[in-house]
Design a protein around this ligand. Sequence first.
Ligand code: NI
Length: 138
Amino acid sequence: MSELVRFGVSLEKTLLDRFDVLIREKQYTNRSEALRDLIRRELVHREWQEGKDVAGAITLIYDHHKRDVMSKVTDTQHAFQEAIISTQHIHLDHHNCLEIVAARGKAEEVQKLADALRSIKGVRHATLSMSSTGREIE
Ligand code: NI
């Protein structure tokens, strides 16, 4: 673990009041923890912008009865198999499937995978949760 450093921050009272409201709403235990999270969020954003090695999760909703949708989802996952760590498939109801694809690799590749899955006809919803390998946000 890295050395802990204290530093002073000057900011407008109104801004600090709003930050404290946010901290309570988001259930942070203190300002330091909230600030750490904000900083890490920006650092992770930059990892994606700069095309670093990243990790993330793609969540898909699709109707497995729709023509070819399952085989297209599978084909796409095979095409990007180097970026995929694991896949979880949940049968939500008679029609709908929820699939969670854990991915790791170059930001551009993971983004391409998410775009390829999202654009398959029959995929009703897809999100990409852009996260980090954790190495650059210690
Ligand atoms: Ni299913």
